[in-house]
Ligand binder design. Sequence first.
Ligand code: ATP
Ligand code: MG
Length: 606
Amino acid sequence: MTNESSTPGTSERRESLDFLREIVARDTESGRYHGRVVTRFPPEPNGYLHIGHAKSICLNFGIAQDFGGVCNLRFDDTNPETEDPEYVQSIQNDIRWLGFDWEDRLYFASDYFEQFYQFAVQLIKDGKAYVDSLNEEEIRQYRGTITEAGRPSPYRSRTVAENLDMFARMRAGEFPDGAHVLRAKGDLAAPNMKMRDPLLYRIRHATHYRTGDTWCIYPMYDYAHPLEDAIERVTHSICTLEFENNRAIYDWLLDSLFEEPRPHQYEFARLNLDYTVMSKRKLLQLVEEKYVSGWDDPRMPTIAGLRRRGYTPEGIRLFAARIGVDKTNSRVQIGVLEDAIRDDLNARAPRVMAVLRPLKVTITNYPARELEWLDAPYWPRDIAKEGSRQVPLTGTIYIEQTDFSEEPPPGWTRLRPGGEVRLRNAYFIRCDEVVKDPEGTVVELRCSYDADSLGKTVGAERKKSTAIQWVSAEHAVVAEVRLYDRLLTVPDPEAGEEGKSFKDYLNPRSIEVLKDALVEPSLAQTPPGERFQFVRHGYFVADLVDSQPGALVFNRIVELPDSFNKALGKQADGTPADQGKGTKEKGSKAVPAPANAAVTTSISDE
Ligand code: ATP
Ligand code: MG
């Protein structure tokens, strides 16, 4: 009922073509690749995927879909030190969950090691590569500066025969790490420093998770990546802007070894999202140093974390479509992601009642009736959607502590001493008496109900009343509820004070656990992964790891929209609406919902 998934469809497509799709369209029309469109998503298996990768996945698989092409999944596993089969598995899970399929095109760069080697031999034979025996520091010095041309290494003039011999001995394991490298013969005066004899191979005596100890020389990214693309006959190789200067090497290498139509590289702006970090290296630190419970901690921006948090693939794809692709780097407000998730959940998460911080209410004139089952629609505001459940009412119920105020501010529409409030799907109650403990804390309200008010709202005062959520004390199910907030306290940790790391900005209140929340009995058997709107609180999911029927744990996926909380005068969790939830951050990009955004029903049902 709640979690039906769909494959990416045309509704997520943008009206006008982005600059990458324009390039692909142009190449398709001109017949450059004879109608073929082949993209790839090339993760390095050195961590879990994050929401930035989701942007790249939606882009690469999306372009292939739009143009009748294919997208390969290729593990760019050329670095033996950081890679792990656990990551290979998690990456595949995450891409599938996002709704994309590489079919039989699962490739590993490590399967191409022998081909990479043979291409290097070819470059040496063509006089285009040489074995250099300078050390790292010397190589840096010889390379020159932006204002000063590089100097040729004394080893640059080695003969082809000598280079072939040295390279073979590098492969054979004759030398220790760092003794020699293979370099391209580039242009030592090139303004683009990357072209000043880029490194192609290094010696690394390390065990690779797939090739074991077969190799002790490993190709550099700049050498391996274009070859991987060419071997797979990729047409459009899409990467992030940091690689703009590397494109010269990409072109040099492929022009040296392949004929047109060969792959071409295009760069787009990476996703930077406020209040979080987006680098596997940093996320790994959070995991290893136990700032979070794991890669799938619901506060993490990883796909696994977002999934456990309750985000939907559809919502993430909607987000990717809304932010589009750009040629300049910028930051995206977290609200853009949350809006997309809400817009998706709004249409699919049934409305139910949960009381997160319970306050006991005794309905003094009710006991005679003892128990009543009342019909409560799952979609109170959407007449097109059917479905309801029965909720039990008894003489003892719980309401939200924040729905009662002894001295309410002007405009209060909830319960106060002597005042009335509508119990959602049930009757009006009036607060006759406030019971306090010796410390003066309100522990119980004694109320009377209007037996005539079921489904009727007569009178101006009653019309203004909020319909508050409640649960029957006898029937309510205890649940643990985990409320999440931002991972970081600042939008951009990189722009923080000198000498501070992103870990200095971790939000100490990024999780709040409520052990004694109460949910209505219809939720007792909720399976893990099922999503609901807890009315007036936000969207929640039964935790995929810790929840089970009968022992429920709910994660708050996302709050209701700010406008809704402002109308309430408070955050749903009881904190004032103007505290710490500002969405307008300087330098961040707010992306307006496109006209076709599927917002069909009222979100708040108030
Ligand atoms: P990280 O710095 O998080 O480790 P990465 O770029 O090293 O990321 P890869 O596994 O090499 O991670 O990335 C796979 C693909 O995802 C690459 O094509 C890369 O350009 C893309 N990608 C990575 N981060 C982002 C991002 N923030 N936004 C968009 N695309 C990204
Ligand atoms: Mg990388």
